[in-house]
Design a protein around this ligand. Sequence first.
Ligand code: ZN
Length: 191
Amino acid sequence: MTSRIKRFAAASITTAVATLGVTVANPSPAAAAMTICYNTSQAPSYASIANQAASIWNNATSNLTLTANCGSNLRIYQITGGGSYAVRTSLGNGRVYIDTQQAQQYSPLRIMTHEIGHILGLPDNYNGNCAILMSGGSAGTSCTNPYPSSTEANRVTNLFAGTRSSAAERAADAGTMIFQDSWPAAPATVG
Ligand SMILES: [Zn+2]
Protein backbone atom coordinates (compact mmCIF):
# COMPACT_ATOMS: atom_id res chain seq x y z
CA MET A 1 0.00 0.00 0.00
CA THR A 2 2.77 2.40 0.94
CA SER A 3 4.65 1.80 -2.27
CA ARG A 4 1.48 2.35 -4.27
CA ILE A 5 0.98 5.70 -2.59
CA LYS A 6 4.57 6.72 -3.21
CA ARG A 7 4.29 5.75 -6.84
CA PHE A 8 1.12 7.65 -7.17
CA ALA A 9 2.58 10.73 -5.57
CA ALA A 10 5.63 10.54 -7.79
CA ALA A 11 3.49 10.19 -10.86
CA SER A 12 1.42 13.18 -9.80
CA ILE A 13 4.50 15.31 -9.30
CA THR A 14 5.84 14.26 -12.65
CA THR A 15 2.52 15.14 -14.23
CA ALA A 16 2.40 18.48 -12.49
CA VAL A 17 5.94 19.32 -13.48
CA ALA A 18 5.26 18.33 -17.05
CA THR A 19 2.17 20.47 -17.05
CA LEU A 20 4.04 23.47 -15.76
CA GLY A 21 6.93 22.87 -18.07
CA VAL A 22 9.54 23.33 -15.37
CA THR A 23 12.34 21.14 -14.11
CA VAL A 24 12.85 20.44 -10.44
CA ALA A 25 16.60 20.48 -10.11
CA ASN A 26 16.92 19.90 -6.38
CA PRO A 27 13.67 19.15 -4.60
CA SER A 28 15.32 18.53 -1.20
CA PRO A 29 15.90 21.61 0.96
CA ALA A 30 19.51 22.62 1.56
CA ALA A 31 20.86 21.87 5.02
CA ALA A 32 21.55 24.91 7.15
CA ALA A 33 25.18 25.98 7.10
CA MET A 34 27.16 25.65 10.30
CA THR A 35 28.73 28.90 11.44
CA ILE A 36 32.31 28.80 12.68
CA CYS A 37 33.29 32.05 14.36
CA TYR A 38 36.95 32.93 14.15
CA ASN A 39 38.68 35.59 16.21
CA THR A 40 41.73 37.45 14.93
CA SER A 41 42.19 39.84 17.86
CA GLN A 42 45.49 38.10 18.73
CA ALA A 43 46.71 38.07 15.11
CA PRO A 44 46.34 41.68 13.95
CA SER A 45 48.87 41.26 11.13
CA TYR A 46 46.86 38.39 9.66
CA ALA A 47 43.25 39.50 10.01
CA SER A 48 42.96 40.18 6.28
CA ILE A 49 44.64 36.87 5.45
CA ALA A 50 42.23 35.08 7.78
CA ASN A 51 39.28 36.71 6.02
CA GLN A 52 40.60 35.51 2.65
CA ALA A 53 41.11 32.01 4.00
CA ALA A 54 37.58 32.00 5.42
CA SER A 55 36.18 32.97 2.01
CA ILE A 56 38.13 30.17 0.37
CA TRP A 57 36.72 27.58 2.77
CA ASN A 58 33.21 29.03 2.54
CA ASN A 59 33.32 28.77 -1.24
CA ALA A 60 34.89 25.31 -1.26
CA THR A 61 32.38 23.71 1.10
CA SER A 62 28.61 23.56 0.97
CA ASN A 63 27.68 23.58 4.65
CA LEU A 64 30.12 25.89 6.43
CA THR A 65 30.17 29.62 7.06
CA LEU A 66 33.33 30.93 8.65
CA THR A 67 32.54 34.36 10.10
CA ALA A 68 34.89 36.89 11.64
CA ASN A 69 34.70 37.93 15.27
CA CYS A 70 31.21 36.67 16.07
CA GLY A 71 32.57 34.31 18.69
CA SER A 72 35.59 32.16 19.34
CA ASN A 73 35.25 28.69 17.90
CA LEU A 74 38.60 29.36 16.28
CA ARG A 75 41.17 31.68 17.82
CA ILE A 76 44.03 32.79 15.57
CA TYR A 77 47.35 33.86 17.03
CA GLN A 78 50.57 35.18 15.56
CA ILE A 79 53.83 33.96 17.03
CA THR A 80 57.50 34.47 16.21
CA GLY A 81 59.48 31.32 15.44
CA GLY A 82 58.74 27.69 16.16
CA GLY A 83 56.61 27.06 13.09
CA SER A 84 52.93 27.50 12.36
CA TYR A 85 50.52 24.94 13.77
CA ALA A 86 46.96 24.12 14.68
CA VAL A 87 45.43 22.68 17.81
CA ARG A 88 42.02 21.21 17.17
CA THR A 89 39.95 20.55 20.26
CA SER A 90 36.94 19.27 18.34
CA LEU A 91 35.63 19.50 14.82
CA GLY A 92 35.42 23.21 13.96
CA ASN A 93 36.96 24.34 17.24
CA GLY A 94 40.53 25.11 18.21
CA ARG A 95 43.46 27.44 17.79
CA VAL A 96 45.70 28.35 14.87
CA TYR A 97 49.18 29.83 15.33
CA ILE A 98 50.86 31.64 12.46
CA ASP A 99 54.65 31.96 12.69
CA THR A 100 55.47 35.42 11.36
CA GLN A 101 58.98 34.31 10.31
CA GLN A 102 57.66 31.29 8.44
CA ALA A 103 55.02 33.47 6.78
CA GLN A 104 57.83 35.48 5.21
CA GLN A 105 59.17 32.33 3.55
CA TYR A 106 55.91 30.61 2.63
CA SER A 107 52.66 32.05 1.37
CA PRO A 108 50.86 33.28 4.48
CA LEU A 109 47.48 32.62 2.86
CA ARG A 110 48.44 29.02 2.10
CA ILE A 111 49.62 28.58 5.69
CA MET A 112 46.37 30.06 7.00
CA THR A 113 44.05 27.94 4.83
CA HIS A 114 46.14 24.84 5.62
CA GLU A 115 46.02 25.36 9.38
CA ILE A 116 42.30 26.13 9.28
CA GLY A 117 41.98 22.91 7.28
CA HIS A 118 43.15 21.07 10.39
CA ILE A 119 40.46 22.76 12.46
CA LEU A 120 37.97 21.59 9.85
CA GLY A 121 39.10 18.00 10.25
CA LEU A 122 41.83 17.43 7.68
CA PRO A 123 45.08 15.62 8.46
CA ASP A 124 48.40 16.42 6.85
CA ASN A 125 49.31 14.86 3.52
CA TYR A 126 52.97 15.69 2.99
CA ASN A 127 53.24 14.48 -0.59
CA GLY A 128 54.94 17.57 -2.02
CA ASN A 129 52.02 18.24 -4.37
CA CYS A 130 51.24 21.97 -4.53
CA ALA A 131 47.69 21.21 -5.67
CA ILE A 132 47.06 19.56 -2.31
CA LEU A 133 46.51 22.13 0.44
CA MET A 134 47.34 19.70 3.21
CA SER A 135 50.75 18.98 1.67
CA GLY A 136 51.71 22.17 3.51
CA GLY A 137 55.39 23.04 3.53
CA SER A 138 56.36 19.84 1.72
CA ALA A 139 55.46 21.57 -1.55
CA GLY A 140 58.22 24.13 -0.98
CA THR A 141 58.34 27.88 -0.58
CA SER A 142 57.47 28.47 -4.25
CA CYS A 143 54.04 26.90 -3.76
CA THR A 144 51.47 29.59 -3.05
CA ASN A 145 48.28 27.62 -3.77
CA PRO A 146 45.79 28.46 -1.00
CA TYR A 147 42.91 26.32 -2.31
CA PRO A 148 41.91 22.87 -1.06
CA SER A 149 41.55 20.21 -3.73
CA SER A 150 38.02 19.04 -4.45
CA THR A 151 38.81 15.86 -2.53
CA GLU A 152 39.95 17.84 0.50
CA ALA A 153 36.97 20.20 0.33
CA ASN A 154 34.49 17.36 -0.07
CA ARG A 155 36.01 15.55 2.91
CA VAL A 156 35.38 18.65 5.06
CA THR A 157 31.82 18.95 3.79
CA ASN A 158 31.21 15.28 4.56
CA LEU A 159 32.78 15.55 8.02
CA PHE A 160 30.42 18.38 8.96
CA ALA A 161 27.48 16.62 7.36
CA GLY A 162 28.30 13.51 9.38
CA THR A 163 28.36 11.39 6.26
CA ARG A 164 31.89 10.03 6.55
CA SER A 165 30.46 6.83 7.88
CA SER A 166 32.45 3.95 6.42
CA ALA A 167 34.58 1.95 8.83
CA ALA A 168 37.73 3.01 7.02
CA GLU A 169 36.76 6.67 7.17
CA ARG A 170 35.89 6.50 10.86
CA ALA A 171 39.21 4.83 11.59
CA ALA A 172 41.08 7.46 9.60
CA ASP A 173 39.27 10.31 11.34
CA ALA A 174 39.62 8.89 14.83
CA GLY A 175 43.36 9.34 14.84
CA THR A 176 43.27 12.89 13.59
CA MET A 177 40.34 14.62 15.24
CA ILE A 178 42.21 15.97 18.25
CA PHE A 179 45.81 16.73 17.58
CA GLN A 180 48.55 19.26 17.31
CA ASP A 181 50.55 19.57 14.17
CA SER A 182 53.07 21.88 12.63
CA TRP A 183 53.86 23.29 9.21
CA PRO A 184 57.32 21.85 8.59
CA ALA A 185 60.14 23.35 6.60
CA ALA A 186 60.62 19.98 4.91
CA PRO A 187 58.95 16.57 5.08
CA ALA A 188 61.88 15.21 7.09
CA THR A 189 61.04 17.51 10.01
CA VAL A 190 57.50 16.24 10.46
CA GLY A 191 56.93 15.58 14.09
ZN1 ZN B 1 49.57 20.72 8.77
